[in-house]
Design a protein around this ligand. Structure first.
Ligand code: DQA
Length: 148
């Protein structure tokens, strides 16, 4: 059995679909999980979904993924803009890392324009709504089938 892909979500993403729907849309994280799990299955991939509002939990899951996962899809939410600790945890991983932002962070407030994670990410998907997670699953399938 091949290793799963960890899909790790940061603070406030538990409120997806309810919080600022004009920015983040109406789909919940549960909807995203179901759609992505189906898509992943078509590509012989298994996903494990995580969400936490606590920085240390996100780091613990990234460290767990180093052994347990084949890759990480991560939306670190507001920690993208602040957390060197999450960047360091991702840098300790040798498999593909894809970063997702539901909104186009470059069209928003200046403090959202820079993500520390992008220095490590193998790909960054921004501004595609919750479909960004599906695009990340497709990209992950391609990277893994190419042996990277
Ligand atoms: C976000 C963008 C971040 O700036 C914000 O803090 C979030 C969500 C996105 O998915 O668009 O919580 O990562």
């Amino acid at each position: 059995m091949s290793k799963p892909i960890y899909v790790i979500n940061g603070p406030n993403l538990n409120l997806l679909g309810h919080r600022e729907p004009e920015i983040y849309g109406h789909e919940t994280l549960g909807d995203v999980e179901r759609t992505c799990a189906d898509l992943a299955r078509h590509h012989q991939l298994e996903l494990r979904f995580f969400q936490s509002n606590a920085e240390h939990e996100l780091i613990d899951w990234i460290q767990e993924a180093r052994e347990a996962a084949a890759g990480i899809i991560i939306n670190p939410a507001a920690y993208s803009h602040t957390s060197i600790a999450i960047l360091d945890a991702l840098r300790a991983c040798s498999f593909p890392v894809l970063e997702v932002h539901v909104s186009n962070i470059h069209q928003r407030e200046p403090f959202r324009h820079h993500s520390h994670m992008s220095a490590r990410a193998d790909g960054v998907i921004v501004g595609c709504g919750t479909q960004g997670y599906e695009l990340a699953v497709l990209r992950m399938a391609r990277l893994l089938s190419a042996g990277r």
